[in-house]
Ligand binder design. Structure first.
Ligand code: C5P
Length: 247
C-alpha cells in the first residue's frame, strides 16, 4: 500500500506540465518526476554510441534489432536523484541533465519512445519511486499506464500556437539559429508521434482533470490545481496537505 500521494501530469509538448510540476515541488514539497528525461537519456546514449562508431546519427526502429544497442541500453545505470525536490537524471553516477535537451535528441526520440523494452525500463524506474516520495510525475502516459492508480490526474493543454511560442523562447537561448517555423514543425510532428504511439500513447486518462494553460500565468494555474488537490477525496492527498499546513 503506497502511503505517499501520486499526482500525474500528462500533456502535449509545451503545454506547461513540467513547469507546473516543478512549481508544485517548490511550493508544496512534492518530488518532481520528469519521465521524458529518461527517454531523452536513452536517445542521448544511442546517438553517442553511433557517433563514436562513425555511424549515421539517426535512430530508427531497426536499430533495436542490434544486440549491442540492446545491451547498451540494458546496461545503462540510470538513477533518479533530487535537488530541491527536482529530478536530476544520473547515469553511472554522472549528472547528465545538461546533455539531454537538444533538438537533435527530440528529432531522434520517436523510435526510442516507441520501443516496448525502453518503455518497460522507464516505467520500472519510475514505479520504484512511488511510495518513497510524494510525487508529481509529468509525461504522456503517467495517468494512463505508469501510475494508473494515482491519487489525482491532470491533463494539461494549451493551444498549439502558444506551445510553439513557449518552446521557441526556450530554444532560442541555446540554439539562436532555430526559426519559429522549425519549432512549429517539430511540435506538430511530436504531437502526432505521441498520440499515435503503439504503447503509452498520449491521451487523457478517463478520470483526468483538464487544465488549459492558454493565456494564463503560472500563479493562476497553480491556484486552480491547488483547489483540485484540496477538494480531492484521496486520504493520501488530504494527509499530505494537512501535514504541510502544520509544518
Ligand atoms: O517531456 P519531453 O518533451 O521531454 O519528452 C520527450 C519525448 O519523450 C516525448 O516527445 C515523447 O516522445 C517521449 N515521452 C514518452 N512518454 C513519456 C514522456 C515522454 O513517450 N511518459
Amino acid at each position: 500500500m503506497i502511503e505517499m500521494p501520486v499526482i500525474t501530469m500528462d500533456g502535449h509538448a509545451g503545454s506547461g506540465k513540467s513547469t507546473l510540476a516543478k512549481e508544485l515541488a517548490k511550493m508544496y514539497g512534492f518530488y518532481q518526476i520528469d519521465s521524458g528525461a529518461l527517454y531523452r537519456t536513452y536517445t542521448y546514449f544511442i546517438l553517442k554510441y553511433l557517433n563514436e562508431n562513425n555511424e549515421n546519427e539517426i535512430i530508427s526502429e531497426e536499430i533495436f534489432q542490434r544486440e549491442e544497442i540492446n545491451n547498451l541500453i540494458k546496461n545503462l545505470k540510470i538513477n533518479i536523484e533530487f535537488i530541491n525536490n527536482l529530478q536530476i537524471t544520473m547515469v553511472n553516477n554522472e549528472n547528465i541533465e545538461e546533455y539531454i535537451r537538444t533538438p537533435r535528441i527530440s528529432e531522434n526520440i520517436k523510435a526510442v519512445a516507441d520501443n516496448i523494452n525502453t518503455r518497460n525500463m522507464v516505467n520500472d524506474t519510475l514505479r520504484n519511486l512511488a511510495g518513497k516520495y510524494p510525487i508529481v510525475a509529468d509525461g504522456r502516459d503517467m495517468g494512463t499506464v505508469v501510475f494508473y492508480d494515482a491519487d489525482i490526474k491532470f491533463f494539461v493543454t494549451a493551444s498549439a500556437e502558444e506551445r510553439a511560442k513557449r518552446r521557441f523562447l526556450e530554444f532560442k537561448e541555446k540554439h539562436p539559429h532555430i526559426t519559429i517555423d522549425e519549432v512549429v514543425d517539430q511540435i506538430v510532428t511530436r504531437d502526432k508521434d505521441d498520440e499515435k504511439r503503439p504503447v503509452g500513447a498520449l491521451k487523457p486518462a478517463k478520470d483526468a482533470i483538464f487544465i488549459d494553460t492558454t493565456g494564463k500565468n503560472i500563479k493562476q494555474v497553480i491556484e486552480n490545481i491547488i483547489r483540485y488537490l484540496q477538494g480531492s477525496t484521496s486520504l493520501r492527498i488530504k494527509n499530505f496537505l494537512e501535514n504541510i499546513s502544520k509544518a
